[in-house]
Design a protein around this ligand. Structure first.
Ligand SMILES: Cc1cc2nc3c(=O)[nH]c(=O)nc-3n(C[C@H](O)[C@H](O)[C@H](O)COP(=O)(O)OP(=O)(O)OC[C@H]3O[C@@H](n4cnc5c(N)ncnc54)[C@H](O)[C@@H]3O)c2cc1C
Length: 340
């Protein structure tokens, strides 16, 4: 049996552990946290990611736990729509629910080791599923492959109130964006992003929330009421980091999945989706091919799409968070717009 050490028991690591054939692999998942994330956040699951969840046998449970997006709009900062669209295929699911469902799909034969990995374990295959600041990436690909700090902060959280009909979607102002989507149990998930020099680590949530309320004071009243209901205890504030571009995701005896391989700006809502697709693709290949062949095939299969999304999400962030170009952007969006 081949030993596989999965560093990181987040979405990518758990999905991989759930997908690997226990008759073929002796798997250990190393995770530094013993508990689920304390602040609830929501993830948009696009159809391709739902296929990956289906391959792991948990799609019905994710659908039951999540909420459908339905009608969404792209609006200016004041709430006037540029576009309205239906997103019937997209599900919003809480990260904690998704982590729990993935953990339940992991076979009992998989060993769990808690604590921060500082030195890579000895195993036939080491999988870096350890997120944007991946230790595996730095150890195997080199220190110049450290994460890159973007100039943006992201705040997100859940409030108890439901989304007011017709107000769900994304609001693009000058250098700032705000998002509102349905969350499970009829609640609202919200997020905000703008250029900031807070952090990069240990951002004080109270302060970040106060800055955010002040920044969005002149925006749509809906944003004001969501931010008024937001509490520090139920808000996560962090600077956004991305992974450097890599040419390959596998080297002899090591492979990267999820954010460790291609952490991207969150503006397309694809990072977690791609992490799940990576994991399921890698598991299928490892289950059916010799190791070197499986690693090469995985890198080839996943590289173009995930690097394409990495570039596209940065372009989307520049557009959504445009400052000087905001009037031009809004003018062009109005020209192309419908549904007003
Ligand atoms: C503001 C924001 C909004 C987002 N919204 C969406 C969205 O709507 N849809 C979407 O698809 N994606 C979204 N994403 C992206 C998504 O959060 C990530 O792509 C996803 O979490 C990546 O999963 P992962 O398992 O690769 O990494 P992570 O979720 O970062 O998991 C890595 C795990 O490894 C552990 N770990 C790290 N280092 C070590 C170590 N040395 N030893 C042991 N354990 C370690 C960590 O504790 C963690 O559990 C968003 C991201 C941000 C920042």
């Amino acid at each position: 049996m081949d030993a596989v050490a999965v560093i990181g028991g987040g979405l990518a690591g758990l999905a991989l552990a759930a997908g690997l054939d226990p008759r073929r692999f002796r798997v250990t998942v190393h995770e530094r946290r013993e508990e689920l994330p304390p602040v609830e956040t929501s993830l948009a699951m696009w159809p391709e990611a739902q296929q990956a969840l289906d391959a792991l046998g948990i799609l019905p449970a994710v659908r039951a736990a999540g909420s459908r997006f339905g009608g969404m709009a792209l609006m200016d900062g004041a709430g006037t729509p540029f576009f309205r669209t239906q997103a019937p295929g997209v599900i919003g699911v809480s990260r904690a629910d998704l982590l729990s469902l993935l953990a339940a799909a992991v076979p009992d034969s998989v060993a769990r080791a808690y604590g921060q990995v500082r030195t890579l374990p000895d195993a036939g295959l080491v999988v870096g599923a350890d997120g944007v600041h991946s230790r595996v990436r730095r150890a195997v690909w080199g220190n110049r492959c450290r994460a890159r700090l973007s100039p943006y902060v992201a705040l997100r959280g859940v409030i108890a109130e439901p989304v007011t009909p017709g107000t769900g979607g994304e609001y693009w102002g000058r250098g700032q964006l705000f998002g509102i989507t349905p969350a499970s149990q009829g609640r609202t998930y919200w997020y905000a992003s703008y250029r900031s020099d807070q952090g990069p680590d240990g951002i004080a949530v109270d302060e970040a929330l106060a800055i955010t309320r002040a920044r969005f004071a002149g925006s749509s009243a809906v944003i004001g009421s969501v931010l008024a209901a937001a509490t520090s205890a139920q808000t996560l504030a962090q600077r956004i980091w991305t992974a450097p571009p890599l040419r390959r995701y596998a080297r002899e005896g090591a492979v990267l999945v999820g954010d460790a391989a291609h952490a991207m700006m969150p503006n397309l809502g694809r990072g977690a989706c791609e992490a799940l697709i990576d994991a399921v693709t890698l598991a299928e290949l490892l289950n059916s091919r010799p190791l070197p062949d499986a690693l090469q095939a995985y890198s080839r299969r996943r590289w173009l799409r995930s690097q394409g999304l990495r570039v596209a999400s940065s372009a989307m962030a520049r557009l959504a968070l445009a400052e000087r170009a905001q009037p031009l952007r809004d003018g062009l969006l109005r020209l192309a717009g419908w549904g007003r």
